[in-house]
Unconditional design. Structure first.
Length: 179
């Protein structure tokens, strides 16, 4: 009986190996500065579909956030809102992304008068392509990507600070543009 148990245990371990190996092999490479930004096609809070190509020729601050109407996410969104004129003067568009749905985004945008699109990545596929999906796939990580007018990653902010993220984007964009 013990030999049979050993054989079955070994067989089970060998049978599961390809699945664990495949899962590790499919993990995306981390995004790096200089590489093309991953494309996306997502609805915003008004039901309009937005793609990366919509922002071609402009700078884009694409920020991933955890959840609508939570303290840190609200602070981050409101800082981008408060800095929107300076960001616009620098030629940058701001776009937020979370796994919340469009109705949640619409309420959040209305409540805080957010003047930029919030994209609903309800399946987490875009967040995953940007390395910004938390384990378990139900929440995004707080990462921001500054994308240049040609669609390449110019700057990455991992675990972005909610109170400083907008100011960091402004300062870095001034450096990148040489102003």
């Amino acid at each position: 009986m013990s030999r049979l148990l050993t054989v079955l245990t070994t067989f089970a371990a060998i049978s599961l190996f390809p699945f664990s190996h495949t899962a590790n092999a499919e993990a995306p490479e981390p995004i790096k500065v200089g590489q093309p930004a991953p494309d996306f096609k997502l609805p915003d809070q008004n039901g309009n579909t937005r793609t990366l190509a919509d922002f071609r020729g402009k700078w884009l601050a694409l920020y991933f956030y955890v959840k609508d109407d939570t303290p840190g996410c609200t602070e981050q969104a409101c800082k981008f809102r408060d800095d929107i004129h300076e960001l616009s003067d620098l030629g940058v568009q701001v776009v937020g992304v979370s796994v919340d749905d469009t109705a949640s985004h619409a309420n959040f945008a209305k409540k805080y008068s957010l003047p930029f699109p919030l994209l609903a990545d309800s399946k987490g596929e875009t967040a995953a392509r940007y390395g910004s999906l938390r384990e378990g796939g139900t929440l995004a990580k707080r990462n921001t990507f500054l994308i240049d007018p040609k669609g390449k990653i110019a700057k990455i902010y991992l675990s972005a600070n909610t109170s400083r993220n907008s100011a960091e984007v402004i300062a870095d964009l001034k450096k990148l543009k040489g102003s």
